[in-house]
Design a protein around this ligand. Sequence first.
Ligand SMILES: [Ca+2]
Length: 150
Amino acid sequence: MGPNYLFELNGSVSVGLSAFIWAGIDVYLTRITFYRKQFDIFNAILVDFNYDPLDPGELATFDDTTGTLRLKMGEDSPLGVPNETFTVKQKGENLVVSAYGMSQEFAAAGITKITADAGEGNDTVIIRQGVTAAVELHGGAGDDTLQVYG
Ligand SMILES: [Ca+2]
């Protein structure tokens, strides 16, 4: 998996103001220091963030008792992204589910049906040519595009 738009941020932005006190005497070219201390007068963290990367987890779940591969769209998705685009294609002996710039492979042998309920939003589901499983797609609300080339 190589999601290029996912990122991880850790850190903080801080602003500081410090004062420097020096007490001493300059004697010709030699500086004699009696006292020197730097104070942090003001040092506040303006932004403290620890941002978890967007992680959809599995893109689909396979139920081996029914042979059903269910795309995790709409209410099945942990992300709550309204406008989703999922693609399923055959690749060798696997089905490849792609979404959010990532993909996940499932052994095609046991999959007899592919289902999805895209839920709210303008969703796109594309089942590419070569997929032999039955397909049952529900776009849900919104302007959805469901294309089955299997
Ligand atoms: Ca929809």
